[in-house]
Design a protein around this ligand. Structure first.
Ligand code: AMP
Length: 436
């Protein structure tokens, strides 16, 4: 099936084809048709599935059709200045990513007006954008609430509300903000809700905000992530963990690596440590000013950085296809975050490797992750860096993870070598540290 059969206008299919996409992904195939027919949708889809285009293309179609109906003097939104489409995202990074996709897919929609309203940046430019006519507004809930409160944002002409990564927005405590925002929009709006899961509060919110929705489930958390190889290294202690990380980061197969830590402090500390070792590395976390975060992401995209050390929230929405490795240096607090983390690699049809470095005290969290994904993460070792202690007893996974070809199981005589100088990895990192 090609994009031409989905019912999209030629202005949109042309932009999609110019972006280099020949065929719709599963989520695009399943969601675009019903969305174009005006259905409310709940879509269970993981990041990396192409979900952004699955809602932005129907949204742009709505904008395009409404403009056509309003005629050449109809202005950006015809009926008024507020947006026709509102996309709510949990983080600034994801909002900017969605805005970029909107401009890519909407490049042949004449005079398309897109604005982002996110926290952590000055109000000036946002106020200016909100004053003019607007087609698509992409916002994080907190900052939009500010603008609604001051009367600067108007949502009474809204046709479509999209909740992207709804589970994450609820995790971040945005439930009341989302409800408040929804109340400021017309009852007649169409609502599309995207989330990794629809259990618990997410399901309840869906039943409050959506009208007879069609449920689409293309990629749930129990996906096998076929293009992402997952490995688990048991580590004895901190020193062993660092030795494994250093070894992995010097492997030739690492194009770009995203290393996750549990805390902002650890992210800063580890980025400093890796910079001292000569890596082109930077930290990314919510405690950094937005300008710096943007510069770091830009440096990652332009390959000035080879390694990014990040916390969960900051890494949401990172879409850099050249990330070949995700390394869990600190385990995620929640099992869902594991799925979000590994989804940062293996994007846009490439393959990726997700490595988890777990201490024995992390065994119950590993168990929870395996239970959540219903897959076993196969334990691996690196020759010369095997753990001294035996692997903790496995949990109760229901499916085997993919087998590995280049990682070895501990041999009977395998001796740990991470304490010995000169044994900590092959190639020396070539690049310099990213300047602050
Ligand atoms: P998303 O899940 O929306 O974050 O998209 C993941 C990645 O897939 C992004 O880099 C998109 O540009 C890319 N992508 C979106 N649609 C397609 C498609 N039909 N074919 C190939 N790649 C796509």
């Amino acid at each position: 099936m090609s994009f031409d059969n989905l019912g999209l206008h030629a202005a949109l299919t042309r932009a999609v084809s110019e972006a280099g996409y020949a065929e719709p992904t599963d989520v695009q195939r399943a969601a675009i048709g019903p969305a174009l027919q005006g259905r409310d949708l709940t879509v269970a889809a993981r990041t990396g599935s192409g979900k952004t285009a699955a809602f932005i293309l129907p949204a742009l179609e709505a904008v395009r059709a409404a403009r056509e109906a309003a005629g050449p003097r109809g202005g950006a939104s015809g009926a008024g200045r507020g947006p026709r489409v509102l996309v709510l995202t949990p983080t600034r990074e994801l909002a900017l990513q969605v805005a970029k996709a909107t401009l890519t897919y909407g490049r042949h929609v004449p005079g398309l007006r897109v604005a982002t309203v996110v926290g952590g940046v000055p109000y000036g430019a946002q106020l200016k954008a909100l004053r003019g006519p607007l087609d698509v507004l992409i916002a994080t809930p907190g900052r939009l609430i500010d603008h609604l409160g001051s009367g600067k944002a108007e949502l009474e002409h809204l046709q479509m509300l999209v909740l992207d990564e709804a589970d994450r927005m609820l995790d971040m405590g945005f439930i009341e903000d989302i409800q408040h925002i929804a109340e400021a929009t017309p009852q007649t709006r169409q609502t599309l809700m995207f989330s990794a899961t629809f259990g618990g509060h997410v399901g309840k919110l869906a039943s409050r905000l959506l009208r007879s929705p069609q449920h689409i489930d293309v990629a749930s958390h129990t996906d096998t992530h076929e293009n992402i190889e997952q490995r688990l290294h048991w580590v004895d202690d901190h020193q062993h963990k660092n030795a494994l990380l250093d070894h992995i980061l010097t492997e030739r197969s690492v194009d770009q690596a995203l290393v996750f830590t549990s805390t902002q402090r650890d992210a800063d500390w580890l980025a400093d440590r890796l910079a001292e070792l000569g890596h082109a590395v930077a930290a990314l976390h919510g405690g950094m000013p937005q300008g710096r975060r943007n510069r770091v992401l830009q440096a990652l995209r332009s390959r000035q950085l080879r390694v990014l050390v990040a916390t969960d929230v900051a890494a949401r929405g990172i879409d850099v296809p050249t990330i070949s490795h995700v390394i869990n240096y600190g385990l995620p607090m929640k099992a869902e975050d594991y799925v979000h983390r590994i989804g940062r690699t293996g994007r846009a049809g490439r393959s990726g490797l997700a490595v988890t470095l777990a201490e024995r005290r992390d065994a119950s969290q590993i168990h929870r992750i395996q239970h959540y994904t219903t897959q076993r993460i196969a334990a691996a070792t690196i020759a010369g860096l095997e753990p001294r202690r035996a692997e903790p007893k496995p949990g109760m996974p229901t499916r085997e993870g993919p087998s590995r070809s280049d990682a070895r199981r501990p041999g009977p005589g395998g001796k740990p070598a991470w304490g010995k100088p000169g044994m900590r990895g092959g190639r020396k990192p070539a690049a310099r540290a990213f300047p602050a």
